[in-house]
Design a protein around this ligand. Structure first.
Ligand SMILES: *Cc1c(COP(=O)(O)O)cnc(C)c1O
Length: 373
C-alpha cells in the first residue's frame, strides 16, 4: 500500500525546533512566556490589525468573542449554516440560540440578502440578534462589504470566523481584520498550526484586553485569587506559541503552495465534469482546501471518496450544514437550498502544502480512472 495521502496534514518549516529549544532552554514551559507576545505581534502585523490575543483553540476564541460582545442566556446569534461546528458551539455554551443563514453560489459563504431577511424577521419576532458570525469557508472570503453594510445598518457586531482563512485577502484586506472581531485557528489541519491553538484580533483594545482577562480565569488584580466574574482556562502555552513562531514566518509560502495545488487540480480536472469553489473578483483565497463539485450523472462524491480511500487517499465531503445537524435541529434557519446542494455534490481533495508533485499526479490519475468512459 502506498503511503497515505492526507487531506491537510501539518507542514513544518524546520524553524519550529529552534523556537521550542529556546523556550526549553530558558525554562518557559509554563503557560506564560515570551513567545506568546511575540507570536501575537506577528499575527497582528501580518493581518494589519491592532490587537491580538492567542488562545488554546479557534473555538475558545469564538467563545471569548461572544462573551466580550455581551452574548448571554436567551440571546440570538446569527451564524453561517455552511460551516464547521466550532463556529456555533460557543453560542450554545452561552445558552444563546444560533440562527442559521444559508450561502450564495458566488463564494459559498453567507448570503447577504438572506442575512438581511433573517435580521428583519428576528426583529419582527421581537428580538435583535446580538452578533453575526460570518465564516470564510475553505479559505474563501465571504462578501464582507455587503455583510458589513447590512450589519452596520442594524448596528449588530460582526465576528469573522477566519479559522480556515488565515492569509486570504478581501480587496487587499486580511480576512479576520474586517469585522469587529476576527478569529483564527491553528489546529493541526489548518494552513499553519501550533498543534492546537487560536487567536482573536480586533482594533478595539478593550475587547482583546477583556478576552485576555477572561482567558486566564478572570483573576482580579489583587494578591490573592479573587474572581468577580466567571473565568476560563483558554490560554495558549508558550511551547505552542513557539511552534507558531516557526509557522507564521512561512505563511505566505503556504498560501502560494496551496494556490498552486488548486491550480493543478483545476488544470487537470476542469474538463472532466468537475467544478470548483469560485473566487469572486477582488478576493484572493488562501485555497486552504481545494473543493470540487461533481457532475452527479458521471460520478457520485461518496463513490469517489470510497474509491480514493481504497488507494489510501483521504478526501472528505464538504461540511454538512449546521441546520442539518441533529444537535442544532431546533435552531431557526433561513435557507435557500445552496448549502444543501453543495454538501450533496462536493468533495474536499487532498490539499496539504507538503504534497509532492508525484502525490498530486497520483490523486488526479486515480480520479481520472474512476470517470466512466
Ligand atoms: C477549525 C475551525 C474552527 C475551530 O477551530 P479549533 O481551533 O479547531 O477550535 C472554527 N470554525 C471553522 C470554520 C473551522 O474550520
Amino acid at each position: 500500500m502506498s503511503q497515505r495521502i492526507y487531506l491537510s496534514p501539518p507542514h513544518l518549516s524546520g524553524e519550529e525546533v529552534n523556537f521550542i529549544k529556546e523556550a526549553l532552554d530558558t525554562n518557559w514551559v509554563a503557560p506564560a512566556g515570551p513567545a506568546l507576545g511575540e507570536f501575537e505581534k506577528h499575527i497582528a502585523k501580518s493581518n494589519e490589525v491592532e490587537n491580538c490575543l492567542v488562545v488554546s483553540s479557534g473555538t475558545a476564541a469564538i467563545h471569548l468573542a461572544l462573551i466580550v460582545l455581551g452574548v448571554e442566556r436567551g440571546d440570538e446569534v446569527i451564524c453561517s449554516t455552511f460551516t464547521f461546528s466550532g463556529s456555533c458551539n460557543p453560542i450554545i455554551y452561552q445558552s444563546a440560540t444560533p440562527i442559521f443563514v444559508d450561502s450564495e453560489f458566488q463564494s459559498w459563504n453567507m448570503d447577504p440578502a438572506l442575512l438581511e431577511q433573517a435580521i428583519k424577521d428576528r426583529l419582527r419576532l421581537g428580538k435583535k440578534p446580538k452578533a453575526i458570525i460570518v465564516v470564510h469557508l475553505f479559505g474563501m472570503p465571504a462578501q464582507m462589504d455587503q455583510v458589513m453594510e447590512i450589519a452596520g445598518r442594524y448596528q449588530i457586531p460582526v465576528i469573522e470566523d477566519a479559522a480556515e482563512a488565515l492569509g486570504s485577502l478581501y480587496h487587499d484586506r486580511s480576512t479576520g481584520s474586517i469585522g469587529d472581531i476576527g478569529i483564527y485557528s491553528f489546529n493541526g489541519n489548518k494552513i499553519i498550526t501550533t498543534s492546537g491553538g487560536g487567536a482573536i484580533v480586533s482594533n478595539r483594545k478593550e475587547w482583546t484586553d477583556k478576552a485576555r482577562f477572561l482567558s486566564s480565569q478572570s483573576r482580579s488584580p489583587v494578591p490573592y485569587y479573587q474572581h468577580e466574574e466567571l473565568g476560563y482556562n483558554y490560554q495558549l502555552s508558550n511551547i505552542s506559541a513557539s511552534i507558531g513562531l516557526g509557522q507564521i514566518k512561512i505563511l505566505q509560502d503556504r498560501v502560494k503552495q496551496r494556490r498552486r495545488i488548486f491550480d493543478f487540480y483545476t488544470a487537470n480536472l476542469s474538463s472532466l465534469g468537475f467544478s470548483f469553489q469560485p473566487e469572486p473578483p477582488g478576493v484572493e483565497s488562501n485555497r486552504w482546501l481545494t473543493t470540487v463539485l461533481l457532475d452527479s450523472k458521471t460520478l457520485k462524491p461518496e463513490k469517489l471518496r470510497v474509491e480514493l480511500e481504497k488507494k489510501n487517499i483521504e478526501t472528505r465531503p464538504l461540511w454538512k450544514p449546521m441546520h442539518l445537524q441533529p444537535v442544532f435541529k431546533d435552531a431557526p434557519s433561513y435557507l435557500n437550498g445552496v448549502s444543501e446542494s453543495l454538501f450533496e455534490r462536493g468533495l474536499c481533495l487532498p490539499s496539504g502544502s507538503n504534497l509532492s508533485e508525484g502525490n498530486l499526479q497520483f490523486v488526479v490519475q486515480s480520479i481520472k480512472e474512476l470517470i466512466p468512459k
